[in-house]
Each structure stands twice: as C-alpha cells, then as structure tokens.
Design a protein around this ligand. Structure first.
Ligand code: ATP
Ligand code: MG
Length: 334
C-alpha cells in the first residue's frame, strides 16, 4: 500500500466517482478531478467508481453505456489518474458492494430520503415523467460506494454535499447499532464547487451546457459562442447580477490560475464577443496537454478494458471483505 510523503501515520483512502452519462467536463476537472490527482500524489489510496447503475435514476435506458464508461476511463487517464495507484471500477461489476444497500436502506427514513435538495433538483431535470424509487434511494447506494472501501475522504462538487451527509448518517447509525465498522467520511470541496455551464446553471453532462475535456478546440469555441451573456458591453465579475458573464469569467480565471476580476478588467468594454474569445483561448490552452494525452490513450482501448478489469477485481476483493464484516457485525446473516 502507498505511504504518505509525511511518513507513516493513518492512511487516507479516497473514493469518488462519476456517472457514465457522457464525457467529463470542466466542472469535473475543477470541481473534483484535480483534487483526486492531488490526493493520489500525496500517497492516498484512490478508488474511483464509475456509477453505472445510477444512470437509470433519471432516464429509462442507459444509452451507450460501454462507450461512456470507456470515455470516463480515458478522461481519468488523461487527467493523471494512475491505475498503478488507483482502483477504477464499475459498481455493477461488484455484487458485494450492492448488497450493502439492503442494511443501509434500513438505517434511513423515507422522510430523510425525500428531503434531499440535490434529489429534488435532479427530479426537476429528469427525463422521466414519473419519479422512480431509485431516484430517492440512490444516495444510500452512494453510501455503499463510499463505505465498501471505508473511504475517509470524498472529493466532490457542491451537489454531492447532501449525499455525503446521508453516507455519514448511515455510517454513524450502523456503528451505533452494530459496533464500529465504518469511518465517517469527509467531503473535500475545491475552490470551484459549482462550475456553471454555458446556460448559467450547474454544468452537467446531461444538460447540454457543458464543455467536455475531450472536445476539440473548434468544438470548444462553438460551445462558448453559444453561451448565455447579456447586453452590457462593460465586462464585470458579478455572479448574482450577471451569472452568464461571471460564469465565463470564472472559467477563464480557473484555466489561467487568475482572479476573475482581473480577467474582467483586461476585457474592459470589449463586450461578450471579446469575452468569449478570451475564454475560448484560456480553455483551449489549459486543456491542450490533457487532450493530447487522451488522444494517445484512445488509440488502444484494450488498455482501458484492462484498467477496468483489474479495478473490478480489486474492488470485489475489498467489497467481499467488508460485506463479511457487516454480516458478522449484524449477527446471524450469511
Ligand atoms: P449528470 O448530468 O449525468 O448527472 P454531472 O455532470 O452532474 O452528470 P456526475 O457524474 O453526476 O456529473 O458528478 C460527478 C462528480 O462531479 C460529482 O462529485 C459532482 O459533484 C462533480 N461535479 C459535477 N458537475 C459539477 C460542476 N458543475 N461543478 C463542480 N463539480 C461538479
Ligand atoms: Mg450529476
């Protein structure tokens, strides 16, 4: 197992992941991917779940599941996740993980599941006419994703904070009822916990408002050209009054490690067109090396399949150990 550069001590285990609903975007990159890679470099043990069952929380069919899954692995590799140090797996390939859902569901009330603000937001954007039971229970499934490997840190975006609270509640209640088995994991937020998309709402794979890491420079320019702005030619950073303009300024600022006010001042009276040109340039420059690495990895999908095969094998071993421990703690279950 990896050791931290600070020497021996309690070892950090990280779990986080993504739904295979489309390519990773800048919101992922600045919201969580960078923190995953930083944790990996600091010696933490890394688990990354491709949450395939969660795809069907808000749509009937998981379209292009395998393509999206392979795409996520390519995005991880391009961003710097190292399979020699990270376990990348799909949770549907790990039966013991899913079995944790049963005892975990017994530890939360229907009222608690119904109050979750992120679930409410996702219902509002759902593609289904009726809300499925899975939509309400997937935060408990996420608790299984996180606790099966006893992760203690979870780098996520703001939308995940309520879910992490569900996980912490489940861990605490399980420990109180059956004896101490699980850590209470902490969320790790980045400086950009909610990156806005080109329509001024949370950038999301499924909302046609994202700038994918894997887009070409021209596709990026086209996406940014379509972004919502306003008629005021003087560019200022004011997130509440000017969400569209400010979202774009934040993007450029993150890509250049600068302050958004400084980016705004530089554009001055140039208007939306100049702003969009500057943002496009900043994004394409920042992503060029990631895109080049991704293209290299994309030439050989057998490596991607191998990464998943190894990750699933390792995740299964960890999940089986935890499930045994859980059943023993609960007494009489097999
Ligand atoms: P979908 O629309 O299919 O739900 P998504 O873009 O919301 O896709 P997820 O797979 O649901 O992506 O989320 C993966 C991780 O990325 C989570 O930790 C989430 O908090 C983070 N994340 C997603 N979008 C953003 C964003 N716009 N800003 C910051 N973090 C984000
Ligand atoms: Mg989401």
């Amino acid at each position: 197992p990896p050791t931290s550069p600070e020497g021996p001590g309690p070892m950090t285990r990280m779990l986080t992941g993504d739904r295979p609903t489309g390519p990773l975007h800048l919101g992922h990159y600045f919201g969580t991917l960078q923190n995953r890679v930083r944790l990996q470099h600091s010696g933490a043990e890394i688990f990354v779940v491709i949450a395939d069952y969660q795809v069907i929380t808000d749509r009937d069919i998981a379209d292009d599941l395998l393509d999206h899954t392979h795409g996520l692995v390519l995005d991880y590799l391009a961003a710097g996740i190292d399979p020699a140090r990270a376990t990348v797996f799909t949770h549907s390939a790990v039966p013991a993980l899913n079995q944790l859902l049963l005892p975990f569901l017994s530890l939360v009330s229907v009222a608690e599941l119904g109050r979750n603000p992120t679930v409410k937001d996702e219902i509002a954007h759902s593609r289904q006419s009726a809300v499925s039971g899975l939509m309400f229970t997937y935060p408990a499934h996420q608790a299984a994703d996180i606790l099966f490997c006893k992760a203690d840190v979870v780098p996520v975006g703001q939308d995940q904070v309520p879910h992490l609270e569900v996980t912490r509640t489940i861990a605490r209640r399980f420990n109180d009822r059956y004896g101490s088995v699980f850590p209470e994991p902490e969320a790790m937020l980045s400086a950009a916990p909610v990156l806005l998309g080109t329509d001024g709402t949370k950038m999301s794979k499924s909302r046609s408002n994202s700038i994918p890491l894997s887009a070409t420079a021209d596709e990026t320019a086209a996406l940014i050209r379509r972004a919502t702005t306003d008629a005021d030619r003087r560019i200022t950073y004011d997130p509440s009054a000017r969400p569209g303009v400010s979202g774009l300024l934040q993007l450029a600022a993150l890509c250049q490690d600068r302050d958004p006010h400084a980016v705004a001042a530089e554009i001055g009276d140039g208007g939306a067109a100049a702003l969009k040109r500057a943002v496009t340039e900043a994004v394409n420059t920042r992503l060029a090396p990631i895109r080049a690495r991704r293209a290299e990895y994309a030439r050989d999908l057998s490596y991607v399949r191998e990464v998943l095969h190894e990750g699933n094998k390792r995740a299964n071993a960890v999940a089986e150990t935890t499930l045994d421990e859980v059943r023993a703690a609960m007494g009489g279950f097999r």
